[in-house]
Write a protein that binds this ligand. Structure first.
Ligand code: COA
Length: 324
């Protein structure tokens, strides 16, 4: 009889509901994920991991984990927001990472939400997904994919040279009083924009208000950093015509969570100046780098960022499903 080259049995794999797990079951996976975000994206994922631990403890997180021989090797969770499901995270441990495992996990999240009468839309942007999805993602025929860039600039070497603004505006540091005007600005600036296909909060003023509330309150996009967030006002009308909002994603790393300029003022150097001010303040706050994400097809914005010195570090996909 030939010598046995493989273990006698294949590893036992099972999918379990996250509500059946204890935060300790996810400890190693989350620890590895925190290290990966730090190493690969200069991003402190600890606060997000903490939220996951807290909600798992409360048995209140929707999602599932992949168990192999009794240990968690991957997990996915999603949150429901009115008629929308957001896939919050999907992570498979490096040693076990494969497109098949990721698709399996994604499928376990998509299946119940797509079957639910209340869910009309699913959105997901998963930066830690492996890059080698040769096989179609689960249910890809229902999912629309949008290529996104994760871009980063070295603040120590970027000149951040002053530009020339060709429209009379004045810039103010961000105040939460601007939130309503900013919601109107965002809904207008993203009208018929590719990003409002990816994030439906951009499509209406109440949606944009929720978007702003989330980036100020929750750690998903880092900790909102007011000193490096700016608003531009049209001198003639006094109306808000641009914003650049920042967060800290690690002690020495900033992030631009939102930048937009109204249609009327666009193309006159205001976007550049807002960005430059935010980046200068992040640098003054001892940030070594700043990052942002942008849809690859948004070439105008990509050009602006490249001009400032941003480089694309990673490409990832945003997936959207819309029901009837
Ligand atoms: C992206 C955005 C903030 C840029 O603001 P802006 O005030 O129009 O940009 P600026 O006038 O400062 O442009 C700066 C430079 O960026 C580049 N640029 C900006 N928009 C461009 C476009 N649509 N096409 C080509 N290049 C563009 C140019 O190099 C320009 O150089 P210039 O000063 O020599 O003209 C603005 O177009 C916007 O609000 N777009 C909709 C929302 C959006 O896409 N936000 C970014 C999401 S990641």
């Amino acid at each position: 009889m030939a010598a046995r080259l493989h273990p006698p049995y294949p590893p036992k794999q099972e999918i379990v509901d996250l509500r059946r797990l204890d935060p300790r079951d996810l400890a190693d996976l989350l620890q590895e994920e925190v290290v990966a975000w730090r190493r690969e994206l200069d991003w402190d994922f600890e606060q997000s991991a903490d939220l996951v631990r807290r909600f798992v403890q409360l048995r209140a997180l929707n999602g599932s984990a992949l168990l192999e021989n009794g240990a968690v090797t991957g997990y996915v969770y999603y949150v429901l927001e009115e008629n929308k499901a957001l896939i919050g995270d999907l992570y498979v441990r490096r040693e076990f990472r494969s497109a098949a495992r990721e698709e399996w996990l994604l499928e376990t999240a998509l299946e119940p939400v797509m079957a639910s009468e209340n869910v009309r839309r699913v959105e997901c942007q998963l930066m830690m997904l492996s890059q080698d999805h040769k096989e179609p993602l689960a249910r890809r025929k229902y999912l629309r994919a949008f290529e996104r860039n994760f871009m980063r600039v070295n603040l120590k070497s970027s000149p951040l040279a002053e530009g020339r603004i060709r429209h009379p505006v004045f810039l103010e540091r961000w105040s939460d009083h601007y939130q309503d005007a900013a919601a109107r600005l965002i809904a207008g600036a993203y009208h018929a924009h590719i990003d409002s296909q990816i994030n439906d909060q951009y499509r209406s003023v109440p949606g944009a208000r929720r978007f702003l509330y989330n980036i100020v309150q929750y750690p998903g996009c880092g900790t909102f950093y007011r000193p490096a967030s700016f608003a531009a006002f049209d001198v003639k009308s006094g109306q808000l015509c641009g914003v650049s909002l920042s967060s800290l994603v690690a002690a020495e790393a900033g992030h631009i969570t939102q930048i937009c300029v109204s249609d009327e003022v666009r193309g006159s150097g205001v976007g550049y100046e807002l960005l430059r001010r935010s980046l200068t303040c992040l640098r003054d706050a001892q940030c070594r780098t700043a990052s942002l994400t942008v849809t690859a097809a948004n070439t105008g914005a990509v050009q602006l960022y490249e001009r400032v010195g941003f480089e694309t570090l990673r490409r990832f996909s945003a997936y959207v499903w819309e029901g009837f």
